[in-house]
Design a protein around this ligand. Structure first.
Ligand SMILES: [Fe+2]
Ligand SMILES: [Fe+2]
Length: 183
């Protein structure tokens, strides 16, 4: 799926390197945050920005969260050593996912309503929710990039990475083109 605006296309060429793919997805989520802030900050509704945000939040972002919840986090839990103290961070990130999912649902309803309204106007509460979601996402991404990805690079084995890559590719209905899997 292409996102012609601010959010780049899915980096499918990185599927053989699952941790790089996840890092690239985080960059796309940062672009989403810029997009959501810009929607919140402007008076006139930017139809293309709204469409891009709805498409991304309704699809690739959800797939990314499943990658983490079902594959990356369990692998990390299994491979972490006791003094890595990763459990607390993983607990916080999972709690973020749950909170974000509730706010994302409210935002999606608000944005979709704008898409079908002949003269869309963004409410104060939608603006507030957009900014809050973007801010929460930035903190979440910072923690994942600073702690989770470096730890995964350190601890996951080659077979772990191969299985992560295969599952992420299957989740997207794609064949894994590269046989060699890198961190
Ligand atoms: Fe993430
Ligand atoms: Fe996450």
């Amino acid at each position: 799926m292409r996102y012609p605006g601010l959010i780049g296309p899915m980096p499918r060429e990185l599927l053989g390197e699952p941790l790089r793919f996840i890092a690239a997805d985080h960059d796309r989520q940062r672009s989403l945050c810029v997009l959501l802030d810009s929607i919140a900050d402007t008076e006139v509704v930017q139809t293309n920005a709204v469409a891009d945000a709805v498409t991304y939040m309704g699809h690739d972002m959800q797939t990314h969260i499943i990658d983490e919840e079902e594959d990356l986090f369990p692998l990390l839990r299994r491979r972490a050593r006791p003094n890595d103290e990763i459990d607390e961070v993983l607990g916080r990130l999972a709690a973020d996912h749950a909170t974000d999912a509730r706010l994302a649902e409210v935002i999606m309803r608000g944005l979709q309503a704008l898409q079908v309204h002949p003269k869309p106007v963004i409410s104060a509460s939608l603006r507030e929710n957009l900014r809050a979601f973007a801010e929460g996402q930035r903190q979440h991404l910072a923690l994942e990039n600073a702690v989770i990805l470096p730890m995964a690079r350190l601890r996951l084995t080659a077979p772990d990475l191969a299985s992560l890559a295969a599952r992420m590719a299957a989740r997207r209905g794609l064949a894994l083109e590269q046989r060699v899997v890198h961190a």
